[in-house]
Design a binder for this molecule. Sequence first.
Ligand code: BES
Ligand code: ZN
Length: 637
Amino acid sequence: MKLFQRTLPLALCISALVACTADEPTSDVGAGDSPINYAMDPHSFARPEQAVATHLELDIHVDMDAHRIRGTATYDLRRRSGDSIVFDTDGLSVERVTLGDGSEAKFTMGERNFLGSPLTIALPEGADRVTITYSTGADAKALQWLSAAQTADKKHPFLFTQGEAILTRSWIPIQDSPGIRITYDAHVTVPPELMAVMSATNPQELSGDGSYRFHMDKAIPSYLIALAVGDIGFKATGERTGVYAERSVVDTAAWELADTEKMVKAAEALYGPYRWGRYDVIILPPSFPFGGMENPCLTFATPTILAGDRSLTTLVAHELAHSWSGNLVTNATWNDFWLNEGFTVYFEHRITEEVYGKEYNDMTSLLGYQDLLATIAQLDTSDHPEDSALHLDLAGRNPDDGMTDVPYEKGYLMLRLIESKVGRPKFDAFLRGYFEHFAFQSITTDTFKAYITKELLEPEQVDMDLDRWVEQPGLPPDAIIPTSDKFTQVDEQVARWEKGSAAKDLKTDGWGTFQWMHFLRHLPTGQTAKRMDDLDATFRFTASGNSEIVAAWLEQCVKNDYEKAYGKLEEFLTTVGRRKFLVPLYQELIATEKGKAIAKKIYGKARPNYHSVSVRTIDDLLHWTPEMAKTETAPAS
Ligand code: BES
Ligand code: ZN
C-alpha cells in the first residue's frame, strides 16, 4: 500500500500558482533536445511543458559595496504551446524584458509567497529569445555578502551564492526546478582586485580588469549555478584537480585536500568517466552554511574540514560523488531528493573505502547510522513523522524541511542492502548502467523504481519490499546495521570512564577523529565539572583544531552545563555558520531555561554572521523575532 499520495490538493496548486492538471505527467524528464515529459514540481512556477529556456547567457556586475547584482539574463527558448513563458524570481527587480529582435516584451510579476514570485513574459509567435534586465533585492536568499572583517584575510569583501534547493531564483530570474536543465555562459564583472569563480570553466589568476567569462556546456539544473567572488588564490593538487581559497588559506587547503586526484581516479574506476573537465574545490569563509555543495567543476566547501590531518576529506569524496549522482543524474523534484543524496552517500563510502580502507568506512557508516536513528526518533515526535520516508511530499512546504539525515543515511542503507543481496559486481554494473542511462537527465522516484525493478531486482529475483523502504517512514527491519571494530574498542574505554577511571588511564593511543567523535557522543550524562576538567585537561578538546571534535565536545559541555567551555561555545557559534554544527548546539542549549537565555544572547550576536539558510533554521528553533534582536544584541558574557 502506498502511504503517501503525491497528488496536490487543488487548493494548494492554485494558491501556489503551480500549473497543475489532472493528467500532469510525473516522470521521465528529458535533457537537451530529447522529447520531454516534465515532472510536476510543486516548488517552481515554471510551466516547462509550454516553454523552456535551454541556454542562459548571463551578463552581470557584482557591486560589493551596494550588495547588489545587476545585469541581464538572456535565454534561448524552446516552445511547445501557449503564448508565454514563466520564470521563478524571489525578490528580484525586473526593469525590462526584450525579445530577440530587440522589441519590448510584456511581462507581469505575480504575488510573492514562500516560493518567490512568477515572472510571466508574453511571447508573440516565433519569439525564441528573451533578455531580462534585473537586479537582486536587499536580502537575496542565495547570496551572502561578507565584509572584509568576516573573511580570513580581513582585507577584502567576499560573496558566495548557495542555490540548492530553491535559492537560485533570488539572484537570477530562472526556471528554478531541478527537472529543467540548462547550459550557460556568463560574463561577470567585479572590482579589479577580486577574482570571480563559477560552477563552470574557471580562471586560475586575477584577470586584472575584473572581467571574467565562464562556460558550462553541459545541461545542468538551476540549483547548480554558483558564483563566488573574493581575493582568491589557486593551487593545483593534481592534473585535473586544485583548490581555491582566500590567499592565506590556499597552501593549508592544498595540503589537506592532497588526495583529491586519487579520489577522482577511484570514482572513475567505479562508475565511469568524470564528465566535467576539471574538479576543483573552493574553501569558503566559515559562514558557509553547509559542509559542501557540489557545484559542477567547483565544489564549494566549509573551512571546517581543514583539520590539519586530512581526516575530514570524506566531504570531498561526497561532493565529488555528486558529479555522478546529482549532477549527472538529478532528482526531478525536491520530493526525490533522496535520489541525489542516498546514492551519493553510498558512492562516497565506496570512494573512501578505496582510498582510506574498510575500517575507516565502517566508522563513518556507523556514525551515519547513529545520526539516522537520532533523526528518525526526532521526526517521530514532530509534526511530520512521515518525513522519514525516502520519497516525500513537500508540496506547500519549504523543500529544505525534507533535507534531514533520512535521504542520506536511509538511502545509503537501502542501497547497501541491495548490494548485499545481489553482490558487489552486479550492483556496480547496475550503477554504471544507471548513470549512463540517465546521464544529463532529471528523474523521479517512480522512474528509479521502475528502472531498478526491471534491470536488477526482477532479473536477480531480489526478495525485498522496495516500497517499504522508499514510500514508508521509519527504518525497515531488514536494514543491515553497520558495525565497527574500532568503535568497539572505544566503547570499552567509555565503559571504563563511566566506572570512574581517570582520563589519563584510558587507552586512546592512535585514535583518529571518528573514534573521538564516537567517544564524545557516548559520554554518559551527568558529568561533574571536575570530570569534564579532567577530560579537557587530558585530551584538549576545547583547544582542538578539529571542528567535528570541538562540536561534539561542546554539545557535551552544554548537556552537562560545563560553564568553563561557554567562552569557546560563543566563539564557535559566532564564527562558524555550518548548520550541521549549529543545530545540535542550539537545540541542546534551549533544553533548559538557563541555556535558552544563553542561546538567545549568543544568537543575537552571531545571527548577522550566518547565511540565510542557517538563519531560517535557527530563527525557527529559537522562535526568533525581530524584537529580540533589539534587546539581545549585547555581547554574550
Ligand atoms: N547537496 C548537499 C548540500 C545541500 C543539501 C544544500 C540540501 C542545500 C540543500 C551536499 O552535497 C551535502 O550533502 N553536504 C553535506 C556534506 C556531506 C559529507 C554529507 C553537508 O553539507 O553537511
Ligand atoms: Zn550531498
